[in-house]
Write a protein that binds this ligand. Structure first.
Ligand SMILES: Nc1ncnc2c1ncn2[C@@H]1O[C@H](COP(=O)(O)OP(=O)(O)O)[C@@H](O)[C@H]1O
Ligand SMILES: [Mg+2]
Length: 508
């Protein structure tokens, strides 16, 4: 049974095509009308669905200053109240923003048809009802059968069953201040993806874990078989897998002329080794040293640059781990960057992994994947002066990855510092609390759907409250991110407890 909550009426210039107002029924059944509630009214075209945007209390009695004066001056307000029952004059109205029309395939209105744009206003006098869960799910574009349970739709408290296909078909970004709940949400998303039924089809997940926040997943009995942790202290870039231009990318002082020379040396080395895939930087340096011909200063410079690269202890004759063997469907591979402090090294590793994954995916040698980049502004910054080695490849995946089923998830606490090219390709945006006005403005500029009104709500969201918008849903919707099913033990330790533990350790 549809719950009637009010009646459409004429108020100021309303109803028009995009808004209508209704008088809220006096509450008898405990139904609570709130901002953000989805309601509908039957219009000429179908079911007109909207969201309550504003609620106002009106009382004619208190519109006249003289009456109020008389009311306040009277020593015994109860007498006046008896004469003028001012409370009876009070009524509440709600302003509804129309979102769209739903039509039904059958006369009994059981099978929901298409969702359309509205083109005609609601009719004054018509009843207004709360949207039932089934219609709402269809309207918002949730997937009841296979959807990811990410939390609850605000106000209505129905499950936000976001369609995996719609979320991962295009890239998405998770944005908020530090401590807004981005990593927590990612944990929820990972839980949902890893615990999906095997029959549903789930891509491989790769996660760049900058702070080691996700290592706990390996200790969860239900998940551990699907979790692989790769500590990047042991990561090795395979020199034979690098193009000659990668050397310039990782060591930008190498000039174009030197690159050309280097290319010749590497070619010779490959020939001499007779074994294309077994050489490292030391071999290249030896090759240059032993070469009788060639410009001496170019050779010296090249040896210098290559030795500097070698000192990063990132390069070897073979790639480790083997990226083409690492990934499989329905698993997560976490690259743990916790111990690495050099931003250049981190960027080189991210660049290498992204390049390899993108190329392997294009050649269909690895399964479709979701690549989650924490602290994305470090790896793909906007400013030209903040040069990042990994920026071009992340932008490339952002532009072209979708065609190859390579989905990117960018996480950042500074949207303004994140590459606009990459951010604008993130079709779905999951926005938690953002306070910084520059970040908010940047977000409004990069996405039409974020109006001033949404921006003001975003700046007041609590921890775990999130605006979900873009390709994943038909209409922007606020959700309360659900609690995680699995918890990390370290996270629950308070600061004071940690201090106590730490002292004890020192004393032993
Ligand atoms: N949906 C949520 N439910 C409960 N607690 C949350 C939720 N989201 C975040 N938190 C809490 O807020 C803290 C900060 O969240 P976190 O995800 O680490 O923030 P961020 O990654 O945005 O910096 C976490 O320790 C967690 O306890
Ligand atoms: Mg975080």
């Amino acid at each position: 049974m549809a719950i009637k909550v009010g009646t459409v009426f004429n108020y100021l210039q309303l109803p028009n095509v995009s808004k209508f107002a209704f008088v809220i029924n006096k509450r008898q059944d405990g139904t609570f009308i709130q901002k953000g509630l989805f309601v509908y009214t039957k219009s000429n075209e179908g079911f007109l669905i909207g969201i309550i945007e504003e609620i106002a209390l009106l009382n004619e009695y208190f519109t006249d200053a003289l009456t109020i004066k008389a009311f306040n001056n009277n020593n015994n307000p109860n007498i006046l109240k008896g004469l003028f029952p001012s409370e009876d004059f009070e009524f509440a109205i709600a302003i509804v923003k129309c979102l769209g029309l739903i039509t039904f395939k059958d006369k009994e209105m059981k099978e929901i048809g298409r969702v359309q744009r509205m083109s005609y206003p609601a009719s004054p006098g018509k009843g207004v009802y709360i949207v039932e869960e089934e219609i709402l799910n269809k309207f918002l574009g949730f997937d009841i059968k296979f959807g990811l349970n990410l939390g609850q739709v605000k106000v209505i408290n129905s499950k936000a069953l976001v369609s995996m296909n719609r979320l991962l078909n295009k890239h998405f970004a998770i944005l908020s201040i530090s401590g807004g709940g981005k990593s927590y949400f990612i944990s929820v998303l990972i839980e949902e993806l890893l615990t999906r039924s095997e029959d549903f089809g789930t891509p491989s997940i790769i996660l760049f874990d900058v702070h080691g926040e996700y290592l706990y997943l390996k200790n969860i009995p239900e998940l551990k078989n699907k979790v692989k942790i790769q500590d990047i202290s042991y990561f090795q870039i395979g020199i034979p897998k690098l193009s000659v231009y990668s050397f310039k990318k990782y060591q930008e002082q190498i000039s174009t002329v030197q690159v050309r020379e280097l290319s010749k040396y590497i070619k010779k080395l490959k020939k001499e080794k007779n074994n294309k895939n077994q050489y490292n930087i030391t071999d290249i340096i030896k090759q240059i040293e032993n070469e009788p011909d060639g410009n001496k200063s170019t050779k010296q410079a090249l040896i210098g640059w290559l030795s500097e690269l070698e000192r990063l202890t990132l390069f070897g004759s073979q790639e480790n781990p083997s990226l083409n063997k690492l990934l499989s469907n329905h698993t997560i591979t976490i690259f743990n960057f916790q111990k690495e402090i050099s931003i250049r090294k981190k960027q080189i590793i991210v660049d290498y992994i992204c390049n390899r994954l993108f190329n392997l995916r294009r050649a269909n040698e690895i399964p479709p994947f979701l690549l989650i980049v924490e602290e994305a502004h470090q790896f793909c910054p906007e400013a030209a002066h903040a040069k990042a080695i990994s920026k071009p490849i992340i932008e490339m995946i952002a532009r072209e990855g979708r065609k190859f089923m390579a989905c990117l998830c960018l996480i950042s606490q500074r949207p303004k510092k994140l590459s606009t090219t990459a951010l604008s390709q993130c079709n779905s945006k999951l926005v938690l609390n953002i306070k910084n006005p520059y970040d908010l403005k940047h977000l409004m500029d990069s996405s039409e759907a974020i109006t001033k009104e949404y921006a003001s709500i975003i700046s007041s969201l609590g921890v775990g409250e999130m605006l979900l918008m873009g390709n994943a849903v038909n209409y922007p919707v606020f959700i309360d991110v659900r609690e995680r099913s699995y918890k990390s033990k370290t996270e629950e330790i308070s600061l004071s407890q940690f201090c106590l533990n730490w002292q004890k350790k020192e004393l032993i």
